[in-house]
Design a protein around this ligand. Structure first.
Ligand code: PBG
Length: 334
């Protein structure tokens, strides 16, 4: 019989009611932990994103409304990504350096309407290059590290000038955090924070995003010469250590769910504000499974978001942030 030792450990005592479970819950998710990921577009461009039902590319006007809605639900921040069609791409990613590009206009519009919103800009060239890579490419197809960093510094300054509170380099070039920090400081942007995509894997889970920003058809080859090999863990700690040393304010692990071990290890090791990104493919996976009748989308979403908190994330970027915050507000997330 179970009671062979006395007193017996009956862990079920503290699970017997909702209130008892609330009392002893060690990790909670609130809207304050969420960052709304937003794909933006020009008026003339299509809104549907393949494989991401419920998520649309938004015009600047819609993005402003989304920011207002997110803030009203307690979500502190939004991370923006631009769709760029083939005609606006070139080999250098020139549009990234234009103060009148979609990202910059969106920042000004959001800051006008909701100045308290924390807005985060991705720093990488992939929405702007004709080959869909995050960096500059030479004739033999190599992604050039140091030349790319110079471009990223210019891009970061343009974004900071437009009003972004935080820049988030997602490119995985070596040494870019330190150079971007120097460039921002020299341009008078000492107060613009850097959220480093420090531990970013070469992942199949970015599939729907590449479609969302217009890179799917464009991308030549893959990103395995700069994004991390999914088999590596300690290397992720080295990546994070370098970024901390170079001046990152926050660290990100990406993708999220398949890399929860790295969220925990990065948080434990560095005690830095740590963000997990529930990427496009994770959202698509939840939606597709729910559509197939495998489970309830809302329940699976809230469970996965709570798992990021349990793993040690301080915040989670997700396409479903506003939806999750609505569920939390209604009290539907027990
Ligand atoms: C690229 C970038 C990617 C994402 C954010 N920035 C994809 C990639 O590395 O190809 C992924 C976001 C998502 O999948 O939701 N700079």
């Amino acid at each position: 019989m179970y009671l062979s030792s006395y007193p017996a450990s009956r862990l079920r005592r503290l699970r017997k009611s909702t209130q008892m479970r609330h009392l002893v819950r060690s990790n909670t998710l609130t809207s304050l932990d969420l960052i709304q990921s937003l794909i933006i577009r020009e008026q003339s461009q299509f809104s549907e994103i393949a494989a991401m039902p419920g998520i649309e590319r938004q015009t600047i006007e819609q993005a402003v409304a989304s920011a207002e809605r997110a803030l009203s639900l307690g979500i502190p921040a939004l991370a923006l990504f631009p769709f760029t069609g083939p005609d606006d791409r070139d080999s250098e990613g020139s549009l990234a350096f234009s103060s009148d590009n979609l990202m910059c206009r969106a920042a000004r519009a959001i800051k006008d309407a909701v100045p308290e919103a924390v807005i985060i800009a991705d720093v990488a060239l992939d929405p702007y290059t004709e080959h869909g890579h995050d960096g500059l490419m030479n004739a033999d197809g190599t992604i050039l590290n140091d030349e790319t960093i110079e471009a990223l510094c210019r891009q970061a300054i343009v974004l900071a000038d437009a009003g972004y509170d935080m820049v988030a380099p997602s490119d995985m070039m070596d040494g870019r955090i330190g150079e971007i920090r120097k460039a921002l400081d020299a341009a008078g942007h000492q107060d613009v924070a850097i959220l480093s995509y420090a531990v970013k894997y070469a992942s199949a889970f970015y599939g729907p995003y590449r479609d969302a920003v217009g890179s799917r058809g464009a991308l030549k080859g893959d990103k395995r010469t700069y994004q991390m090999d999914p088999g590596n863990a300690e290397e992720g700690l080295r990546e994070a250590a370098l970024d901390v040393k170079e001046g990152a304010d926050m660290l990100m692990v990406k993708p999220g769910l398949a890399y929860l071990d790295m969220v925990t290890r990065v948080k434990d090791e560095f005690q830095m504000p740590t963000v997990a990104f529930q990427v496009s493919g994770e959202y698509a996976m939840l939606k597709a499974a729910a559509a197939a009748g495998a489970f309830d989308f809302d329940q699976a979403l809230m469970e996965s978001l709570l798992a990021f908190k349990r793993a040690g994330a301080d915040a989670v970027i997700t396409y479903a942030a506003t939806h999750a915050a609505e569920l939390l507000r209604r009290g539907d997330a027990d």
